[in-house]
Design a protein around this ligand. Structure first.
Ligand SMILES: Cc1cc2nc3c(=O)[nH]c(=O)nc-3n(C[C@H](O)[C@H](O)[C@H](O)COP(=O)(O)OP(=O)(O)OC[C@H]3O[C@@H](n4cnc5c(N)ncnc54)[C@H](O)[C@@H]3O)c2cc1C
Length: 385
């Protein structure tokens, strides 16, 4: 079997791995990327045409600089390749005055100096007539720099950029083991072995299989698209129904956005800030079928209550996966002191927008550079304390 030698191997070329490969190659590192599927595939966590892109991230005040770095990198990548990868059409964070979307967004914006617009209840109602059942005190925080981004072109463009910078990429190549040795790492696949100084494992829902012992829990979380009851209505276009997170006064919250060129109205549910989904014991055995009753009943009931202008039966569904960490933040960095292994995962359902910025951090951590922002809250060793 062929044995390759390189500085760094990146295992898994979804959102996090493709960004890491690109940012390592941009630094002149000798780097090899391995992906078990075709780049840009629909079997992991990074498919489905769009993702919400927020900068004033309610999940943690340490996140805005990472989203800002993604924006900077993806705008440059888009300009270099003639694409728009992020649409800054704004985003609404709505709910009761003390809810996480409202308070968390406001706090993250204040900490990062991001201008947001406060909407009182009357302004919220006037602005979003599509929302039914707003609580009597519900308010909104409008984040004008937010919007949506396009996952498949981003992943593919990151890998293409890495290739142009000299990275070697193996698609349809399954990594069977990552072995940490005294003087390097050995990454095995059925067709090629790679010896490297370091490995970055960015295997999404499969990360725990390649690096056992990490506190990760994958879940199956379908993506859903809807259409207005009146097909001629413009009420649910992205312009009129911009990307949003709405914590309803009772029950599940909604996230989603309106339709645009090449995509429909997308909606999902979340509970306590976590995207709704069901646990997956083994990501290789995730249920990839759509179940017209079990996958639809809950969201259809919520949509008929929350957005009566939409047909509550989704027009399209696709399975997807999130991989939760215990505190809902990513695992980015070295899980041990050996200096050979870096992990990137635990996306917890809000990772795509950060992928570009995380790739930059992961390249810096791998090569021992000073990072452009604090990473302690993402350190995989934080649970040991
Ligand atoms: C329903 C849903 C909605 C979401 N909404 C948003 C949103 O609006 N905004 C947002 O920012 N984020 C959102 N997310 C989260 C975001 O999509 C994820 O954070 C992100 O895609 C995670 O990327 P990843 O690189 O960790 O995983 P993946 O993209 O799955 O990448 C892992 C890769 O590793 C490969 N791999 C695994 N094992 C091996 C192996 N043994 N050998 C070789 N390759 C291997 C896989 O094939 C895969 O390509 C959402 C996620 C879901 C599921």
């Amino acid at each position: 079997m062929e044995t390759l030698r390189t500085d760094v191997v990146v295992v898994g070329l979804g959102a996090f791995g493709s960004a890491t490969l690109w940012r390592l190659a941009a630094r002149g590192a000798d780097v090899v990327g391995i992906e078990r599927q075709a780049v840009g595939h629909a079997f992991g966590s990074s498919h489905g045409t769009t993702r919400l892109f927020r900068i004033a991230c309610m999940e943690h005040p340490g996140l805005p600089p990472i989203a800002q770095k993604s924006l900077e990198l993806w705008n440059t990548l888009g300009a270099d390749t003639g694409q728009v990868l992020v649409e800054q059409t704004g985003s609404l964070n709505a709910g009761p005055p003390g809810s996480v979307p409202v308070v968390g967004t406001r706090e993250a914006a204040a900490a990062a100096g991001i201008p947001v617009v406060e909407l009182d209840h009357a302004e919220l109602v006037a602005r979003q007539p599509q929302y039914a059942g707003l609580g009597p005190d519900d308010v909104g925080v409008w984040d004008p720099g937010a919007g949506i981004c396009y996952p498949e072109p981003i992943v593919q463009s990151q890998v293409a950029a890495a290739r142009r910078l000299g990275a070697q990429v193996f698609e349809h190549t399954f990594v069977t083991s990552v072995e940490i040795e005294r003087d390097g790492v050995l990454v095995r696949t059925p067709t090629v072995e790679i010896r490297a100084q370091q490995v970055v494992v960015a295997a999404g829902a499969w990360l725990g299989k390649l690096v056992p012992g990490l506190p990760l829990a994958p879940r199956r979380t379908p993506l859903y698209w809807f259409q207005p009851r009146d097909p001629a209505s413009a009420e649910f276009t992205l312009e009129r129904f911009p990307s949003f997170i709405w914590q309803r006064p009772t029950g599940a919250g909604f996230w989603g956005h309106g339709s645009g060129d090449g995509f429909g109205v997308k909606l999902g549910l979340e509970y306590d800030g976590r995207v709704a989904g069901t646990p997956v014991q083994d990501a290789d055995e995730v249920d990839r079928y759509i179940h017209p009753r079990d996958d639809v009943e809950e969201i259809a009931a919520a949509v008929s209550e929350g957005f009566p202008g939409l047909d509550p039966v989704p027009v399209k569904l696709m399975p997807c996966m999130v991989t939760d960490s215990p505190d809902g933040q990513f695992l980015i960095g070295r899980p041990d002191d050996g200096g050979r292994l870096v992990v990137a995962g635990g996306d917890s359902g809000h990772g795509f927008k950060h992928a570009g910025g995380l790739g930059e951090l992961l390249a810096q951590l791998t090569l021992g550079e000073k990072t452009y922002c604090d990473t302690a809250f993402l350190d995989p060793r934080r649970y040991a304390n």
